[in-house]
Design a protein around this ligand. Structure first.
Ligand code: ATP
Ligand code: MG
Length: 376
């Protein structure tokens, strides 16, 4: 039985109330959903996960599992499975004994115990190591044991805090597929913490992007990538080039002017935009094409990345925000029109239908329908 989790105006303070880490957080995690908290180090991901688990006090607001308020329910009564970064499996117990542990605590024994353990060992593909001690397992295998141990007790919620960060790159990708498949098979509401944006995009039904304890955007991976709510999300999830521009009304319709050679007719601009309003436009490195007029770029360096050519560039006739010399363009190798080298110049146009437009402070999208809480 999995459940819906609601956080209502959650406040978390440390150091006897002197330091506020989460000022006011509200969100709903749906029944059976794979929900990821994503954000830079120190933004409060672990803190929030520990609140859900019942390890942290709340200084305001409520946590609900379905319709039950959980604020005063102790951790051991919350029926939660947890997996952490360091596997936290018992070194003196075999794989099977590790997985049995939580079931025995719940007074399950005999045939029922064996059946449930065998089933889980098979699902996470470690049945052949059932009688081994953990020190004779690889990192990935140990993490499978931790996963098996967390879900064998049929928890209502599975909480995972950077479970893959100790594994090498290849194993991380393999394990994230295992976790995703397993989660879908058992259908358990899962809250997953990572600061790896690619992992979040690959594994989640929905992602909550956080910064300094505050929600920046919630949405499906593609929604967050294609329609970021603010410039923090646009630059934290993948790379974006940011430009300063000005809105100009042309026959009653808004255009965004980066310079007189680069006037963008961005579809779906919010009706609130006004003539003369200053905005920020964000473009992914691959959202440009060569043109006769537009943005003049000077190549600082070029790097061959296998599938893509990647160029660090400076824009000569547009105002890039913050990043200055670190703007980036990419071109897929199989469509490569011309290979540019350091010192070369080129003229490019942003793809208007890909552009995201924000208020001048970067705090809010000016594309119709883009909100913090997304479509659902
Ligand atoms: N027990 C504590 N006492 C005081 N401050 C704490 C405590 N635990 C965490 N903090 C502070 O709260 C903030 C959020 O910490 P948290 O561990 O939740 O971040 P995180 O998003 O999980 O970061 P990371 O990606 O590095 O794991 C940080 O500034 C941290 O220093
Ligand atoms: Mg953490």
């Amino acid at each position: 039985m999995s459940i819906r989790i609601s956080a209502e105006h959650v406040v978390k303070k440390y150091e006897n109330g002197k330091v506020t880490v989460i000022p006011d957080l509200s969100l709903v995690i749906k029944d059976g959903e794979f929900f990821t908290l994503l954000g830079p180090s120190g933004c409060g991901k672990t803190t929030f996960l520990r609140i859900l688990a019942g390890f942290n006090t709340l200084e305001g607001g409520r946590i609900l599992f379905d319709d039950t308020v959980m604020n005063d329910v102790p951790a051991q009564k919350r029926n939660i499975g947890m997996v952490f970064q360091n596997y936290a499996i018992f070194p003196h117990l075999t794989v099977r004994q590790n997985v049995e542990f939580g079931l025995k605590q719940r007074k399950i024994s005999g045939e029922e115990l064996k059946k449930r353990v065998d089933e889980i060992l098979k699902i996470v593909k470690i049945e052949e190591f059932a009688d081994r001690l953990p020190d004779r397992l690889s990192g990935g295998q140990q993490q499978r044991v931790a996963l098996a141990r967390a879900i064998v007790i049929s928890p209502s919620v599975l909480l995972m805090d950077e479970p893959l960060s100790n594994l090498d790159a290849k194993l991380r990708i393999e394990m994230r597929t295992t976790i995703r498949e397993l989660q879908k098979k058992v259908g358990i509401t899962t809250v997953y913490v990572t600061h790896d944006q690619e992992e979040a995009l690959a594994i989640s039904d929905r992602i909550a992007v956080m910064k300094l304890g505050e929600l920046q955007q919630i949405g499906q991976p593609m929604e967050i990538y294609l329609r970021p709510y603010n410039t923090f999300v646009a630059t934290f999830i993948g790379f974006s080039n940011l430009f300063r521009g000005t809105v100009r009304m042309e026959n009653g319709r808004p255009a965004v002017v980066l310079n007189e050679d680069c006037v963008l007719h961005v579809p779906d601009l919010d009706e609130s935009v006004e003539d003369g309003q200053e905005v920020i436009v964000s473009m992914r490195p691959n959202e440009f094409h060569y043109a006769d007029r537009g943005l003049r770029v000077r190549v600082i360096s070029s790097t061959f990345l296998g599938q893509n050519m990647s160029y660090k560039v400076a824009f000569e006739n547009a105002l890039a925000v913050e990043l200055e010399d670190e703007n980036e363009l990419t071109e897929p190798m199989n469509y490569l029109e011309r290979k540019l080298n350091a010192g070369d110049t080129a003229c490019i146009m942003p793809m208007e239908n890909k552009a995201n437009v924000f208020t001048a402070d970067g705090a809010r999208s000016l594309i119709k329908g883009v909100t913090i809480y997304g479509g659902e």
